[in-house]
Design a protein around this ligand. Sequence first.
Ligand code: HEC
Ligand code: HEC
Ligand code: HEC
Ligand code: HEC
Length: 212
Amino acid sequence: MKFFKHYLMMMILFAFMQGGYSQIAGTAHDFSTESWSPTTNRGCGVCHTTHQSISMISAPLWNHETTVVAGYTLYNSPTFDGTSTITDPGASSRLCLSCHDGTVALENFSGITNGTNFIDHSARIGGVAGNDLSTDHPISFDYTDALATSDGGLFPPTTTNSGLGSSIDNDMLFASRMECASCHDVHNRFGVMHLLKMSNANSELCLTCHNK
Ligand code: HEC
Ligand code: HEC
Ligand code: HEC
Ligand code: HEC
């Protein structure tokens, strides 16, 4: 009986933890025990601040030094239909690249500018120089119903259910554009590995948008 009670308590605790009580804790974005992180202000504070934030569109109270790359090599292919609207990373993707293109040190936040710890392995997006996005899934281009029609192999984003509660357009796009956070959730809200918005088992994530 005692064991059962303990078991029940543990299950309730786990349910709480999974239900979003501490989504970011224990993920790759939990910086609380990183040696490069100063002893204070190292949870949310690596990315956000409550005051004197960096003023930038789509950057909610941003605290991290942003990437210095001005012109990335963008994705292109003979069959890619987004070439007319693809631009240098905008909105939230620029925030991701502020650590993930490897040009800005991880501890460069709250005014620190002389950090020495960079992402330098597979989590570095943009190649050795950090400015090459041509080998990654395209981002920062319009994904509209018109694109779906012209492409022929995509679901129309405004009328297709994403499986996350609303349409692809509402749940996965930013002003109708693809960004890193179309597929990822920086805070691990969905509790899926690789900080994804949904599992990619059996290519579930891909098949949300691609009609293949
Ligand atoms: C690795 C960087 C990073 C960390 C750490 C982080 N955030 Fe964020 N946060 C972002 C980014 C990037 C966005 C922009 C929107 C997006 O991509 O989801 C954001 C958006 C937000 C927003 C506005 C949008 C929303 O989701 O409601 C809030 C509020 C927020 N974060 C709170 C927090 C809090 C509280 C913590 C600490 C528990 C935290 N964040 C930790 C990067 C981070
Ligand atoms: C403050 C720096 C910082 C910012 C900003 C940031 N990340 Fe990260 N991210 C990291 C670090 C550090 C890791 C761990 C890298 C490693 O050592 O493998 C990581 C890991 C990841 C991983 C791999 C997780 C796993 O378990 O495989 C993904 C995916 C990711 N980040 C996506 C994003 C996205 C998307 C954004 C923007 C919305 C973002 N990150 C913003 C620092 C950052
Ligand atoms: C179309 C969906 C999609 C987009 C857009 C996307 N990712 Fe990912 N990402 C994934 C998937 C799926 C994985 C896990 C499997 C893999 O590594 O291919 C992943 C893995 C990662 C990892 C872990 C890599 C590793 O080996 O440690 C990082 C870091 C990451 N993404 C960051 C980003 C950043 C930054 C952007 C924007 C520049 C981005 N992603 C855009 C789908 C996407
Ligand atoms: C949120 C929607 C979305 C998700 C999720 C997504 N994609 Fe895409 N993907 C697009 C759009 C939109 C394009 C642009 C299609 C075009 O114009 O050819 C694209 C382009 C591509 C291309 C390049 C097409 C070309 O003609 O050059 C490939 C390959 C691809 N995606 C594979 C994947 C894979 C694999 C996954 C799963 C890991 C995935 N995508 C997840 C929306 C998405």
